[in-house]
Design a protein around this ligand. Structure first.
Ligand code: THU
Length: 161
């Protein structure tokens, strides 16, 4: 018999950056610094990502656009691929993402795109521990999610292969 099942998850919404713990504020600040170095001349939408690893290292990335649009890469994947390349066996504890646009004021936190969710999911699955995600717009409100799996329901992993 068919059953109907709801899949849901909790998020934490902070009214402001100041409500975060110091280590999370520091991580978000690193994502803000990274977004300022984004190469986004086509969209004017700058994204910074900062990963905190288990050994305390912080790895950052930002979006890198290209005149051939699909050849560019999102900030989250730049950061996670760099972490995978440089610290292959180090678990990722948290990911902070912040965005800013030169075209309009973005006050809502932006969640990773679908492609980035899938890429991040691979690392979470590999390390067998959740990656916490903090997201912020240009300033202000911060949204926290407990894992990549939460924001990628019914995710695809290598058990299918
Ligand atoms: N972008 C990211 O870096 N991360 C996301 O999760 C969403 C989109 C970038 C890609 C592109 O350079 C610009 O934002 C506009 O889509």
């Amino acid at each position: 018999m068919a059953i109907k099942k709801k899949i849901g998850f909790d998020i934490i919404i902070y009214d402001s950056f100041e409500e975060l713990e110091e280590s999370d504020r520091r991580l978000l600040e690193r994502s803000v610094a990274a977004r300022n170095n984004a190469y986004a001349p086509y969209s004017n939408f700058q994204v910074g990502a900062a990963l905190e690893l288990e050994n305390g290292e912080i790895v950052t990335g930002n979006n890198q656009e290209n005149a051939s649009y699909p050849s560019g890469l999102c900030a989250e994947r730049v950061a996670v691929f760099y972490a995978g390349a440089k610290f292959p066996n180090m678990a990722i504890k948290s990911l902070a993402i912040s965005v800013i646009s030169k075209n309009n004021e973005v006050l809502e936190p932006a969640a990773p795109c679908g492609n980035c969710r899938q890429s991040l999911f691979e690392y979470e699955y590999r390390q067998k521990s959740p990656i916490r995600i903090l997201m912020m717009g240009a300033k202000g409100k911060v949204v926290e999610c407990s894992s990549v799996a939460d924001i990628l329901p019914l995710g695809f992993d290598n058990t299918y292969l």
